[in-house]
Design a protein around this ligand. Structure first.
Ligand code: IPM
Ligand code: MG
Length: 361
């Protein structure tokens, strides 16, 4: 078997801290790893002037999978006109690798029911996946930009979808649901947006091919409400890029914290192992407010590495082992600050990863 060639792109803020722990977990599994690492995001801008240097992009394209931390720095958030932005690293990678499908599983862990701001009886048993389209919509539509001078500036973003872009995402949704609870909810704004009406039309054609899957349309605003009212009623939520971004942050609260949610971004290209090439990243951002203190929760990143083992390497048993070890560490009371109840003892980034590693075997 070829090595597991992984491009490790830690990025900014807490990215490097959590990435290092995910790598330690992978190393503890005794796999034949070939790791390549490069700067992306704000740190790359400082060093090279661009967020996604050619070398990092090449590394990602040559790898079987990409492990990605987080990008973003406060300086750039303050300047609306900055032509170079850290986020261009992740957006550029998604586009260059054609990673159109972003899987964001949301699970309520029994041990963390009290960490959610929602009532335990609401969140208990939640097990859903937000399947977010990742390479089109408002994130990439043209025209985009700010023009004019104050006080008469104007700005435009464009939400655009082709039928092919919708179809490949919806196929993935039905296929995923088939292996789970067999339900797809497609969230759009078909009452207002033409793109929403296209999503609905394409989904309705496809549902005929998946009679074993229950399908429903839902307006994205209503979906955001039902997510909090009855999260157990969902299985796979398929949606466009921007709505998926918003709904997934909301849904993270069901599992207690943004620090718990992993993600996999997949395309149709196969890697040297015959599995999908993918990029794996936690959904939380760079979190500069806590960066460098060793207190960030590494579990979203570690769970992202587990998704990588499953989706890009077909190592289902290894992935299960990592996920079970995370569950055990939580059940044994290990808590980073973001998931601790008031007064509960907390551990740092490294200790949490140690707790997971100890429970791998
Ligand atoms: C995410 C993030 C990114 C996004 C940012 C960092 C560009 O919020 O992955 O959810 O909006 O897609
Ligand atoms: Mg987001």
């Amino acid at each position: 078997m070829p090595t597991l060639r992984i491009a490790v792109l830690p990025g900014d803020g807490i990215g490097p801290e959590v990435c290092a722990e995910a790598v330690r977990v992978l190393q503890a599994l005794n796999l034949d790893l070939e790791l390549h690492t490069a700067d992306v995001g704000g740190c790359a801008i400082k060093a090279t002037g661009v967020a996604l240097p050619e070398t990092a992009l090449r590394m990602a394209l040559d790898a079987d999978a990409v492990l990605f931390g987080a990008v973003g720095t406060p300086e750039f958030d303050r300047d609306p006109h900055a032509p170079v932005r850290p986020e261009q690293a992740i957006l550029g990678l998604r586009k260059a690798l054609d990673l159109f499908a972003n899987l964001r599983p949301v699970k309520a862990y029994d041990a963390l029911l009290d960490a959610s701001p929602l009532k335990p009886e609401i969140v208990r048993g939640t097990d859903l996946i937000i399947l977010r389209e990742l390479t089109a919509g408002a994130y990439f539509g043209k025209p985009q930009g700010i023009s004019g001078e104050p006080p008469n500036r104007s700005a435009v973003d464009t939400t655009a979808y082709t039928e092919a872009e919708v179809r490949r995402l919806m196929i993935m949704a039905f296929e995923l649901a088939r292996g789970r609870k067999r339900k797809v909810t497609q969230a759009d704004k078909a009452n207002v947006m033409a793109t929403g009406r296209l999503w609905r039309a394409v989904a309705h054609e496809l549902r005929e091919e998946y009679p074993e899957v229950t399908y429903e349309d839902m307006y994205a605003d209503a979906c955001s409400m039902h997510l909090l009212r009855n999260p157990r009623s969902f299985d796979v939520i398929a949606t466009e890029n921007l709505f998926g971004d918003i709904l997934s942050d909301e849904a993270s609260m069901l599992s207690g914290s943004m620090g718990m949610l992993p993600s996999a971004s997949l395309g149709d290209t196969l890697n040297r192992h015959g599995y999908r090439r993918g990029l794996y990243e936690p959904i939380h951002g760079a979190a500069h407010d806590i960066a460098g203190q060793g207190i960030a929760n590494p579990l979203a990143m570690i769970l992202s590495a587990a998704m990588m083992l499953r989706w890009s390497f077909g190592l289902r048993e290894h992935a299960d082992r990592v996920e079970r070890a995370v569950e055990r560490a939580l059940a044994d009371g290990f808590r980073c600050r973001d998931i601790a109840a008031p007064g509960e003892r907390t551990v740092g980034t490294r200790e949490m990863a140690d707790a997971v590693i100890e429970r791998l075997h």
